[in-house]
Design a protein around this ligand. Structure first.
Ligand SMILES: [Cu+2]
Length: 161
């Protein structure tokens, strides 16, 4: 094989070998794994965002807020089903991150709601955001947009606004 081609091919293999979930950020003792947004219909006024947060520290922390220049605002929500209807309520205290634990924003109907995104985001797009923690501070991350698969994120079905 031509030498240059071999190098290109080798680097392609390296890229291809990276698992899709290799997308993480670190802030102090907090590890932020795989922030993602589920693709929404073209005219959707909201996008649902999810992220795994691992608190490797010895102190409890808390995700207070998410900010994004790509949306009018971002709210932390929890979907609660009452009488068969899912409704969302703001998580006014944020998301607790106990020391030594892994918490998924996505569990129990929790999610980040990106309200009025500035455009349509397709799978593969990246949405910039800032995570704000009570103790660890702020960090810039990107939420990767993924196609809405047949296996919907647990706890996050269609919800009423
Ligand atoms: Cu919501």
């Amino acid at each position: 094989m031509h030498k240059l081609l071999a190098v290109v091919f080798a680097s392609f293999l390296t890229l291809a070998a990276q698992p899709a979930f290799a997308h993480g950020f670190k802030l102090g003792t907090i590890f932020i794994d795989h922030p993602m947004i589920q693709e929404a219909p073209p005219n959707a006024r909201v996008l649902g965002g999810y992220v795994t947060l691992q608190n490797n520290g010895s102190e409890d922390d808390r995700l207070l807020a998410i900010e994004s220049t790509a949306a009018k605002k971002v709210e932390l929500h929890q979907s609660v089903v009452t009488d068969g209807i899912a409704r969302m309520q703001p998580m006014t205290d944020g998301l607790a991150l106990p020391a030594g634990q892994i918490v998924w924003l996505g569990d129990n109907g929790t999610h980040a709601m990106f309200v009025q995104p500035d455009r349509h985001y397709a799978p593969g797009d990246e949405v910039p955001a800032v995570l704000v923690f009570e103790k660890a501070g702020r960090i810039e991350v990107t939420f990767k947009v993924e196609a809405r698969g047949p296996e919907l994120t647990p706890g996050h079905g269609e919800h009423a606004h």
